[in-house]
Write a protein that binds this ligand. Sequence first.
Ligand code: NAP
Length: 282
Amino acid sequence: MVIIDGKKVSAEVKQQVAEETKKLIAQGVAPGLAVILVGDDPASRVYVNNKKKACELVGFKSVEYKLPAETTQEELLSLVQELNNRKDINGILCQLPLPKGLDENAVIEAISPLKDVDAFHKQNVGRIMIGDYDFLPCTPAGIMEMLKAYHISVDGKNCVVIGRSNIVGKPMAMLLLHQNGTVTICHSHTKNLKEIAKEADILVAAVGIPKFVTADMVKDGAVVIDVGMDRDEEGKLCGDVDFDNVKDKCSFITPVPGGVGPMTIATLMKNTLKAAKLQNNL
Ligand code: NAP
């Protein structure tokens, strides 16, 4: 069994981005990422800080907008418009979830598709569907990068994704399909989920329930990817997979923390670099 080292793969990706960034800066283009955080959700604050640190590491300019929870829809949309028009900002992301009363879809749609480094805009989502895209959503793309780094082929494999969110489950399934996996998506209405999961050569858990995937749901030799960022009974960070009991059945497994999370941020850096290049016709 191999524990996939997301930190290591992510460091390699960021290193590549840093090298390319140096070259871009030498050509007069300094990539810039704007991150909008509305309200004071502690988990979101941690994610935003990590994104800021990664920007510093790869040499991007990063601008952070911390807005109060009472921010109105109009105020938020007007900030997005301002950032859409700024030449020094190549990528814009609004940390989700937004506080109640704010319309997430409207904010996502307001971000210019050219600066949509999360790849949540419906124009980018549609392009992913047909396999002709500039940006891929950070978490699923980070997982694909990790599989590649460990030479795990998806071609012809039975892939099961648990979760069908727009940001993880659905695009994850699409990317596995693009790589010729045979993909099943499970969700809260799925019957016989345990039996379906047990057929998976590659099992991706994106449920949001601590230790949801138990050893009896995993085939011997499976590759298990844990997207979950949950809290256990003691409030400790854990994943959607019961790691201690599942790991010995797997050929490869991602830990939490240190698996998918760092890859998400590394992909955000890659997307921002690409956005800067595209916007400068490079
Ligand atoms: P989400 O929007 O809440 O979606 C959860 C999915 O799980 C839904 O499709 C839901 O089904 C399904 N589900 C819930 N209970 C289930 C059950 N009992 N049986 C089968 N399926 C069930 O969550 P998300 O945004 O995709 O995130 C999932 C997890 O990944 C969370 O822990 C989140 O914190 C984490 N995450 C991590 C990263 C990272 O970088 N590591 C990035 C994003 C998210 P229905 O559609 O039927 O409701």
